[in-house]
Design a protein around this ligand. Sequence first.
Ligand code: FES
Ligand code: FES
Length: 161
Amino acid sequence: MTKVTLTVNGKTVSGEAEGRTLLSSFLREGLGLTGTHIGCDTSQCGACVVHVDGRAVKSCTTFVQDVSGAEVRTIEGMANSDGSLSVLQQAFQDHHGLQCGFCTPGMVMSSAALLAENPSPTEAEVRHYLEGNICRCTGYHNIVKAVLAASGQDVSSVAAE
Ligand code: FES
Ligand code: FES
């Protein structure tokens, strides 16, 4: 076991971890941050995406020891400081970008990473960036619409699915 220290959603946290301990397990079981979901555990569905030093990372295939010292952001750290939804989260709600919600934490984290590096993506760029995030409910259309709306683009002409 090795001591791991991370900054998670702005707070410094430490814990013991084995070499094989995954970031997803450390967050969920070690810190109780269960907003990070586990859909496949094999890096395919994207439900477990968090930010590590600003990059979108699949936490189910990241060893926590490999990111010791990093800044991690999870879905629990995405709301505004007053507890209200961020612009992106509000756009998911407004445009029905979720149904069961299982994929949503990963979708929001991936979308936030996209908007940080490309503040005004095209529809094709959003779809391409979210290829690693699987949703079994929405058909993706409203998720894409929500991301475009969060970037400040007019989506009134985008047909509802
Ligand atoms: S749980 Fe990590 S990609 Fe599916
Ligand atoms: S909303 Fe159900 S999996 Fe995406």
